[in-house]
Design a binder for this molecule. Structure first.
Ligand code: PEP
Ligand code: MG
Length: 864
């Protein structure tokens, strides 16, 4: 059986004694002046601690409960799971009526009296169930009575009077006398720490952090070092780096005549550590450096030692006892996302940690804060609407309620925030023009969310607590405030909140440490990382992020541009094939020039172009004004145009005539697109001298018969373009696996398709039978109630959708061993889903340009 207690210096097992005890052991081994102590499980019987206590007494030359030279103990929690919140330490245990004179002989009468009242004030609420406020108000009254501003100014007489009042209050409130026996105090304190750990609130807190509510804690009993006493005595904390940006620099706070967390509590203004910091802050109180230069020098060296020993930037807690420095802990710093990258890279470059450790230390999803402006952590937040964090970053601008208004402001070079109930393809122009987007409805894969991520524009969707009157151009907040068009708001797409006004923003930083980290990630990852890019602008952003190609170009987005949509609509509403082909002939050069642009920007990297996917009526106008304009453009009576549009409506468009079904029913559309791709490939190839090998991707396949049919059409066009151009045109054809049947029959598809790309947005929608456009309305409830562990449109459902993917991968590869496998749904930017793809040995993942750094790091981490 394990001994119940282990000397701190001998702790090796963090799983038994907790991260704190293990950390202190490493610091002791490195020579840090950590007060001696011992660690034990929180259910150890107090009597079983006797040998460890005796050893501590022998080591310190003090006696626990001894009237002369009394040993005082601090009892601290050391959770086994590092991230578990721990309850506050109980300090000064062993300070009884009998040991008070002995302590006074060491630290002076006043300091001893102050330590005594501190013990009662903290111990009685924590270990005896007394009301903490009683002591607060007695202290307050006593300070008022004594005419002093802070507790360190109380006289010995005042502290003695306070002790008497405290003891009476304990008895009155709990019906118990304050324990005047050191061992009794220790037993009660241990029981209190155990109870606090097992309390429902603590369990809920652990659960909320994703930890097991039942996880264990160890306890540490440690010799007290006294920050209250003669000479330079006090407590504080020091760091080696800035939490804001990770830049090196010794800094911290120090409070004279203080213990524990006092320096953080804001009761008195703490002092700064260095003269430089003091001058900068124009503080009049002397810095620690001025008051106790030796201690300050030692503290700086100890902070550096802790960083070196623990391999991370630390916040060192320290006590000065009569000028002598003691290190109480060195916890990892909690820097901002940018600070974390700087620290990890600095430490790896200095050889303190390895590159792999640096890569693993960064949460990929936090990288977006490098790419976009973010709301400063210091800025006050006046939240006017909360929803889902659909696209990260922050933008400030004037509220507009229509795309036209967004475009008008953009023309005047003014920032607009487009506010809609939800967006539709018609809003794309407005979204391009706007700096940020807010919708009252929609989920993480709603139209607004997908487009905003592609644009890199901050976006909050599903802010159901706001009420919109689009006609009246007002936004009403949950607390009844009414905002009008033109009012300034800020979208915090990382937090999923809209804020009133213009809080301070921090600008992006993608060079320096960030660039170094990305380079390291690229050296480690196996999977290619491609971008979902529809426009030249997307492609340029992607190239800036060192992309490996385009994994998904959604060609439909090219048709929504101002001068194209009418032609597109004429094509859709054409009376017959002849009229349809005439409109398609007008669209051909437009598509071709778009593709040439993409091929040129991608300069030889693979480009996957998906043929038209949405139901055609998504392109049709909604309002009567636009319908009228269309009728005029087509030279047809409004009635005819309206009737044709009505005929196209479907009951269930997402399961209707969309995807490759459009290609099967209107082959001339796919013919035009294939021609545009091939002619562009030839043109771009001639320009650069490098042949372009385009990848043509067929969406929403459910049977190989569809692939065969469409491949024949595509090949016929390729043959024509070869004949016309004389170029030896090569291309690859692939299928999107977006229906469960396509996954099940992937073996068949692999007979025709050279690559399979999993469209996990639709595949998730169809596997669950869950509308991706409507799920946002109830997804929060579903996740909150634990029905789904996560939003499956955000993180891949490994159990269900994942099984289909694995099955498809296996069947596809069995049929065609060289089959290329990729994933291009929104999951391509989600680290957990990327890990799944690495395990399934995918060739690539594809995600929105602004998620590329996340994907690159996640792909690297998946290999480590
Ligand atoms: C998908 O369904 O996962 C996909 C990439 O296609 P889209 O989002 O355009 O339907
Ligand atoms: Mg799809």
């Amino acid at each position: 059986m394990n001994a119940p207690a282990t000397a701190l210096a001998e702790v090796t097992d963090a799983a038994r004694h907790g991260a704190k005890a293990a950390r202190l052991a490493r610091l002791i081994a490195a020579g840090a002046p950590v007060p001696p102590g011992f660690a034990f499980p929180d259910d150890a019987a107090p009597e079983a601690l006797a040998p460890a206590l005796a050893a501590l007494e022998a080591q310190s030359g003090l006696g626990f409960g001894a009237p002369e030279r009394p040993l005082l103990l601090a009892l601290r929690s050391s959770p086994v799971e590092t991230a578990a919140p721990s309850s506050p330490a109980i300090l000064n245990i062993g300070l009884t009526r009998d040991t008070l004179p002995g302590l006074a002989a060491r630290v002076g009468d006043r300091a001893a009296a102050d330590l005594r009242r501190r013990l009662i004030q903290a111990f009685a609420p924590a270990a005896m169930g007394a009301d903490a406020e009683l002591f607060e108000s007695l202290l307050y009254d006593r300070m008022k009575f004594s005419g002093v501003e802070s507790e360190d100014a109380l006289s010995l007489a005042a502290l003695k009077a306070l002790e008497t009042e405290y003891l009476a209050a304990v008895e009155e409130d709990t019906g118990e006398r304050f324990p005047e026996d050191a061992r009794a105090q220790l037993s009660l304190a241990i029981a209190a720490m155990r109870t606090a750990w097992a309390a429902p609130t603590a369990r809920i807190l652990r659960g909320a952090r994703g930890l097991a509510p039942d996880s264990a804690q160890a306890l540490i009993a440690q010799t007290m070092t006294l920050g209250v006493g003669p000479g330079s005595s006090g407590a504080g904390f020091a760091t080696t780096r800035s939490e804001e940006d990770g830049a090196p620099g010794f800094q911290g706070r120090y409070l004279a005549q203080a213990q524990g967390e006092d320096a953080l509590m804001g009761l008195r203004t703490p002092r700064l550590l260095t003269e430089g910091a003091r001058r900068e802050a124009a503080q009049t109180a002397p810095s620690l450096e001025a008051e106790a230069p030796d201690a300050a020098t030692k503290l700086e060296a100890q902070a550096a030692l802790a960083e070196l020993t623990l391999g991370d930037a630390c916040r060192v807690e320290f006590t000065l006892e009569a000028g002598e420095l003691h290190i109480l802990d060195a916890q990892p710093l909690r820097p901002t996302a940018r600070g974390a990258v700087r620290i990890a890279v600095d430490l790896a470059e200095a050889g303190v940690i390895g590159r792999e450790a640096a890569l693993l230390r960064i949460d990929p999803s936090t990288l977006t804060s490098h790419l976009h402006p973010t709301v400063s952590a210091r800025a006050p937040r006046d939240v006017i609407g909360a929803g889902l964090p659909a696209s990260p970053g922050a933008a400030t601008g004037a509220i507009v309620f229509s795309s036209e208004a967004a475009e008008t402001l953009a023309a005047r070079e003014q920032a607009a925030i487009l506010v809609r109930v939800e967006t539709s393809p018609e809003d794309i122009r407005g979204m391009h023009a706007a700096s940020g987007v807010l919708t009252a409805r929609g989920g993480m894969t709603s139209h607004a969310a997908v487009i905003a991520r592609g644009l890199g524009a901050p976006c909050v969707v599903g802010a159901s607590d706001i009420t919109l009157d689009i006609e009246g151009r007002t936004l009403t907040t949950a607390d009844g405030r009414v905002l009008h068009e033109g009012d300034i708001v800020t979208i915090d797409g990382s937090a999923g909140e809209a804020l009133a006004g213009s809080p301070e923003l921090v600008q992006p930083e993608i060079s320096g440490a960030f660039a170094v980290l990305m380079k390291w990630a690229d050296e480690v990852r196996r999977m290619k990382v491609r971008a979902n890019a529809d426009t030249a602008q997307d492609a340029k952003v992607a190239i800036g992020f060192n992309v490996d190609g385009i994994g998904l170009c959604r060609t439909e987005h090219m048709f929504f541009e101002k001068n194209r949509i009418t032609t597109m609509r004429r094509m859709i509403l054409a009376a017959d094939e002849h009229a349809r082909r005439a409109a398609l002939a007008e669209l051909l050069p437009m598509q071709r020039s778009d593709f040439i642009g993409l091929f040129e920007i991608m300069a030889g990297l693979p480009v996957t172009i998906r043929l038209l996917d949405p139901p055609l009526h998504e392109f049709l106008p909604h309002g009567p004004r636009e319908m009228n304009e269309l009728a005029e453009a087509m030279g047809l009576p409004l009635k005819v145009v309206t009737r044709r549009a009505a005929e196209m409506r479907e009951f269930n468009p997402m399961l209707g005539n969309r995807g490759c079904r459009v290609g099967v029913t209107y082959p001339e559309i796919y013919e035009m697109q294939a021609r545009a791709v091939f002619e562009a490939a030839v043109a771009a190839g001639e320009k650069t001298g490098e042949p372009v090998i385009p990848e043509i991707m067929i969406p929403l396949v459910s049977a190989n018969r569809e692939m065969e049919l469409l491949e024949r059409i595509v090949e016929r066009v390729a043959e024509q373009v070869r004949g016309e151009s004389g170029a030896a045109l090569c291309y690859r054809i692939g299928a999107m696996v977006e229906t469960p049947r396509a996954a099940l029959r992937a073996g068949d598809l692999a007979a025709t398709a050279e690559f399979l790309s999993f469209g996990t947005n639709d595949l998730t929608q169809m596997t669950y039978g869950l509308s991706r456009d409507d799920a946002g309305r109830f997804m929060r409830d579903y996740v909150a109630k634990g029905v789904y562990p996560e939003d499956p449109f955000h993180t891949l459902d490994v159990e269900g959708v994942g099984e289909l993917i694995l099955l498809a991968a296996e069947r596809g590869r069995a049929r065609a061993p060289g089959l290329t496998l990729g994933l291009c749904g929104e999951h391509g930017g989600d680290p957990a889903s990327i890990r799944f793809c690495e395990l399934a040995r995918f060739d690539y993942i594809s995600c929105s340009p602004f998620r590329l750094p996340i994907a690159r790091l996640a792909a690297a981490q998946a290999r480590l």
